[in-house]
Design a protein around this ligand. Structure first.
Ligand code: MN
Length: 136
């Protein structure tokens, strides 16, 4: 057993290669093999979001605070609120982030595949795509 103390795990600023705006990541689960589950708490400032991306084994998002947005390619932008849980299927192209004027924090849970990959990053979400009015 190992207890990870929060003060020993500094927040990591997400790479501008894969995110728009300011995003902070706090690791929750980073278990060694043969465990595959990974979990990270992600805090997006207003307007911040991921690039478009896919997950080989899918991903669950659980909103902890704020007002967020999520979109699957070809579908409307959807608003997500604290307590909401989103399942994103394997290889579904999508993005997630804060709304334009409110921050958002979610828990992200996903598994590594046999090559150690849990995400494939794609192009940034354009301001035009990001700015579409969300559906409930
Ligand atoms: Mn994702």
């Amino acid at each position: 057993m190992r207890i990870h103390r929060s003060f020993d795990r500094p927040s990591v600023k997400a790479s501008a290669d894969w995110f728009t705006g300011t995003v902070w990541q706090d690791p929750i689960v980073d278990a060694p093999d043969p465990a595959r589950i990974r979990a990270v708490r992600v805090a997006f400032e207003p307007g911040a979001r991921t690039n478009w991306h896919t997950h080989p084994l899918g991903q669950t998002l659980h909103v902890l605070a704020g007002v967020g947005l999520v979109q699957k390619e070809g579908e409307p932008v959807r608003r997500i609120l604290p307590g909401d849980t989103v399942w994103i299927g394997p290889d579904e192209k999508h993005w997630h982030g804060a709304s334009a004027n409110r921050s958002m924090m979610h828990l992200a849970l996903h598994e590594h595949d046999e090559t150690g990959t849990h995400v494939t990053w794609l192009e940034p979400v354009s301001d035009a795509d990001y700015g579409r009015p969300p559906e409930p």
